[in-house]
Write a protein of this length. Structure first.
Length: 299
């Protein structure tokens, strides 16, 4: 599936203190991403704070994004929800609004078992009628997909890709080899975790689901293209420019750091949804310093 290949940029969802969307700021984010010519936009992913938004705000965000992007870049929409009924509703709404693909994480309060996750995906994939990517994000959902479960899900109608976390042992090639032996031909295997982008792409990952591309699409695209064309030397050079930022992502979490980056880049200040706290002034200065090596790549 070409939809889940290349570089997918995940923007923040800018809201005011009451949780209401700031559509003009979202449009500015999206215009930067579209202008950079990334391969897709990942709306309402973890970077987009989907778990903190009401269904109504998520629908409003999607409508604003579809209007802003106007078909210029494929739009993948996160539809994770605590219940299958709501996830189905979001999937149908995304299809109706004009999304190109879906991203589904198994959100839960009660820990889920594999059969519950399978049936959840089975129902939502049918409801959405769009290509769907499995969102394997144990850092937030606390559910880790086994390779066997991914293989089982990959046989469902519309399930065409998986977004994987960085492997603890760093063996991207081995993990992908095992998955490709278990899944249909053309099933797309990509990775999130920005500091592992270079290695996952050089090992043959089909997509980088990128946090930083939501605000700095140009250097992210330069890294993506270098790695996916096998130019390891250039990919290493660009990744080194990102290294101070990757360190901050690991220290504070990319979600918090992205709000500081947005402020540093001159977007109207907005804060993370409570109870998430913004970075302290001294740490925001560290973010600003970390951005300096990346300015060579921006237009």
């Amino acid at each position: 599936m070409t939809l889940f290949t290349g570089l997918s940029a995940f923007p923040l969802t800018p809201t005011d203190d009451s949780g209401k969307l700031k559509p003009e700021v979202l449009q500015r984010f999206l215009e930067r991403i579209v202008a950079a010519r990334v391969d897709s936009i990942g709306l309402l992913g973890s970077t987009g704070g989907y778990a903190y938004l009401t269904v109504e705000e998520r629908e409003r965000t999607l409508r604003a994004a579809v209007e802003s992007v106007a078909g210029r870049t494929p739009l993948i929409v996160g539809i994770g929800a605590l219940t299958t009924d709501v996830a189905e509703e979001l999937a149908r709404g995304a299809q109706k609004a004009g999304a190109d693909g879906l991203l589904l994480a198994p959100m839960s309060y009660q820990p889920l078992n594999e059969e519950e996750v399978f049936r959840h995906f089975e129902s939502v994939a049918v409801a959405g009628e769009l290509p769907l990517c499995i969102y394997n994000n144990p850092g937030t959902t606390k559910f880790t997909f086994s390779l066997d479960l991914i293989a089982r899900l990959a046989k469902l109608p519309n399930v065409t890709a998986v977004k994987m976390p960085l492997p603890a042992d760093g063996d991207y090639a081995g993990e992908m080899q095992r998955l490709r032996a278990m899944t249909p031909e053309g099933f797309a295997i990509g990775y999130s975790g920005d500091w592992g982008a270079k290695d996952s792409l050089l090992a043959g990952g089909t997509c980088w689901y990128s946090v930083i591309a939501g605000l700095l699409p140009e250097p992210a695209l330069a890294l993506n293209r270098a790695a996916q064309t096998g130019n390891a030397t250039e990919a290493e050079r660009i990744d080194m420019a990102f290294a101070p930022l990757w360190a901050l992502f690991r220290e504070f979490g990319s979600f918090r750091v992205m709000f500081a980056i947005a402020e540093t880049l001159g977007f109207a200040p907005f804060t993370p949804p409570r109870p998430i706290l913004a970075l302290q002034p001294a740490d925001r200065e560290r973010v600003e310093t970390a951005l300096h090596p990346l300015m060579q790549f921006t237009g």
